[in-house]
Write a protein that binds this ligand. Structure first.
Ligand code: TYD
Length: 202
């Protein structure tokens, strides 16, 4: 099974991935944990280029293609081989991030981004996608201006969030919408229940 996590910035995705990993470890379930962009030597190098604030001249199309290039490497080097061995693969962001951020945020259009990514993923779509559903808050950044994406203005992140909602309408069975609870353990239990129901985990 191939499970991906999606959501806007600052919705607690990293915390939820950590809690899921702890649950799977406690219950003796193996998984391959990866994040995008990155998780192979080559993909991590591409990540450096994409997120480097010095690369302010990067065009939106270049950005979309670099995310796709990083993904192409990850799919062939890690995801497909792991799935072929029957392993559970859990990925922090995947193609839906490109559709939301580059397609809607950068306004390249969802269709163009899906076309580019069709080559990259070569049919490897997630079985389940957990979407942590919180609209962007203007204060999510705090003092962070950590990378080239996080530097974007608020309206960029509003388009990203609306993009996710549009995409969920197109694939309502693949996406699981989870509203983060104030209590992160409640959110974690909701995620675990959803993944159990779908047979991704025990
Ligand atoms: P990261 O620090 O991993 O962010 P997060 O903790 O929010 O997942 O940086 C990844 C950034 O890249 C994040 O701002 C989302 C963005 N992104 C895209 O714009 N397109 C993509 O296809 C992917 C995978 C990520």
């Amino acid at each position: 099974m191939f499970v991906t996590f999606e959501g806007s910035e600052g919705v607690g995705k990293s915390t939820q991935l950590r809690l899921l990993k702890e649950y799977l470890f406690r219950t003796g379930q193996d998984a391959v944990y990866i994040r995008e962009p990155g998780s192979t030597d080559i993909s991590e190098q591409i990540r450096g280029v994409i997120l480097d604030k010095a690369n302010s001249a990067m065009t939106d199309m270049t950005e979309a293609m670099l995310y796709a290039a990083s993904r192409a490497q990850l799919v062939r080097e890690v995801i497909k081989p792991a799935l072929a061995l029957g392993k559970l693969v859990i990925c922090d962001r995947y193609i839906d991030s490109s559709v939301a951020y580059q397609g809607y945020g950068r306004r390249l259009g969802a269709d163009a981004v899906k076309k580019i990514n069709a080559f990259a993923i070569d049919g490897c779509m997630p079985d389940v996608t957990i979407f942590l559903d919180l609209p962007p808050k203007s204060n999510w950044r705090g003092d962070r201006h950590a990378d080239r994406i996080e530097e974007q203005p608020d309206d960029f992140f509003e388009r990203v969030y609306r993009g996710y909602l549009d995409e969920i309408k197109l694939s309502p069975t693949r996406f699981v919408r989870i509203k983060p609870d104030l209590d992160k353990l409640v959110t974690s239990k909701n995620i675990i229940d959803a993944l159990r129901q779908r047979g991704a985990i025990r």
